[in-house]
Design a protein around this ligand. Sequence first.
Ligand SMILES: C[S@@+](CC[C@H](N)C(=O)[O-])C[C@H]1O[C@@H](n2cnc3c(N)ncnc32)[C@H](O)[C@@H]1O
Length: 252
Amino acid sequence: MLVFDVKITVIEALKPLSARSFTNSGLTIDISEADLIYTETLMQRGKEIYEGKEIVILGGGDGALLYELLKENPKFVWMLEIDELVMRACNKYLKSICGDLHSNYGCKGPGMIPSATENKIGIETAFLLSPRKIIVEDCMLTVNQFIKEGKKVDFIFGDLTDIPISDSACGELWEFMITILQSAFKILKPTGKFMTHGNGATCPESLELYEQELMKLKPPVHFTKTKAFVPSFLEDWIFYQITFKTTDNGDA
Ligand SMILES: C[S@@+](CC[C@H](N)C(=O)[O-])C[C@H]1O[C@@H](n2cnc3c(N)ncnc32)[C@H](O)[C@@H]1O
């Protein structure tokens, strides 16, 4: 069954290696739909107000986060995802979690035009008019462009790869993560928030290393953590909410 295989491939590409568990049963068909808790915990739904806010999603793969954020009437959302194949596949096979958002990716300029498919499935007008731009490339390119332009946003979501599991914060993956962190805070308003997922609660060493990196950031930041059980990960996952310690950072 081609569809089944593609879904598994897509989901496998999106979920952390440490927690994958697949069977040959139909379980995998619903696995991503069950993961709304991941998105809602990442975005702290009910605790944060996104209305009128400018938001950057680093990564975001399946589009679920973009889909849910757009329901909150933000001013603008940029989703910066490198993997075109994942987006195409999600757009085709996982519409229940990402709607038809990916069919318009690559659209340039503010105020995207809603697709005909969205109109057909009758998503409410406010949602259709929510402006967003999906840019398919390494997120650092747009982040660096924002830095160059002095552009700052209200929320940044780090929906990239998990915190690496290692003995020390060294190596390519850590370098990538630290670079992303340092750069992201340069495009965050002094009152803004960086929201990200970390790793499984069963990886305290890796979470501790990440927190040590957070404590090295300049200007200094403050963070809180939230834990949620993510069905397809089969474990409790840790999510971070990070802000500047003070809001008078000048040019952070
Ligand atoms: C663990 S997934 C999380 C995304 C989403 N929650 C999901 O389940 O699809 C990480 C995503 O980050 C994307 N990614 C990794 N490195 C990236 C980069 N440098 N720029 C943009 N996206 C990147 C991957 O393609 C992947 O879709």
